[in-house]
Design a protein around this ligand. Sequence first.
Ligand code: SF4
Ligand code: SF4
Length: 372
Amino acid sequence: MITKSDIIGAAYEHGFDDVGFTTADPFPDHKQLLLDRREEYEWAEAVGLDLLTGTDPTTILPNAKTIIVLMEVYFRKSYPRSIEGHFGRCYLDDDRMTRDGLSKRIKAFRSFLRDNGIDSKVPFNLPHRVAAARAGMGTFGKNCLFYSNKVARGGSWTLPIAFVIDETFEPGVPTMEMGCPDWCKNTCIAACPTRALKGNGRIDPRKCISYLTYFGKGITPLELREPMGMFVYGCDRCQNVCPRNQPWLAKDLPMNDKVVAKEGNFALSRLLHMDREYFETKIWPHMFYMSYQDIWRWKMNVARVMGNSRDEKYITDLVRAFEGNPDERVRGMTVWAISNIGGPEARTALKGLIDETSDLVKEEIRRAKEFC
Ligand code: SF4
Ligand code: SF4
């Protein structure tokens, strides 16, 4: 029978940054939180996340005894500025579809457990961050994120991965607390552009830019278009402003060559004009929360970002997207974006937008002409 230190050694050998252990007891407080905020999390049930079931590890592995938590720092290397400003960092090197990075190491670690007579499951719906805190690996921030007490210089750029196993190992001492310093005057809450953070570690996920960029319904409401800023997919703002993250942000990190290689594919102009084949071969394998049916939302987000850039170089792209795109949500946003960029070129472009049948787009054009 292998020992705890054998497992710890194997985790480091497989490239993980920290290891913790907790029991496979249920997470009753987390279950209650999900029940109390059912309305805020019903979207998660709707997309099949089944978070409630994940609060009892025995529903995942009937003979569950222990949860091993392996910590992955997803921001080990830096990303090109052109991509980092528009996409949440945790999505930039996400291999859940391509299975050419972290997935291989998870698989290899499970093989190590299996070779030593231990059965394991890696459930997506178990509360990973809560498991990591119960294993004593870090604390929470008021932005609802998990902060390591050991890696990423104490920052939140971590992905705890929970392995439910059928053997008993001594658990760590829980650190289920808020670890924010008293002197931080809720910087994250003040900085959240859409008021998703409610204080004391509470979030309304439906108001978070991350949620809005991949699950938002209809054309983005006018009052959210500027606050959602330059993010196309995801949002890192409450992490970027957090003092607990500054030590890692100040570190000189090597460039992530894998992300550099796909940087061109994620250029805003290419995303705005992409067709199905481009989307499914170059984009979806890396950012997959939206299927081809939702490509309109990708394009709408890109148009909004172009508008918020105030960069006249995008006007030609926006006009082309207006003329060539059948979706009124995309066309409506291109109109808003042109008017938000403003200036003589934008006014000329807006004058040329005619022959519109959609009421939604007609209204966007009317408003744009009024304000531009
Ligand atoms: S990710 Fe962005 S929108 Fe979401 S809570 Fe943080 S700052 Fe607010
Ligand atoms: S910004 Fe301040 S309050 Fe928010 S998570 Fe960081 S330390 Fe905590």
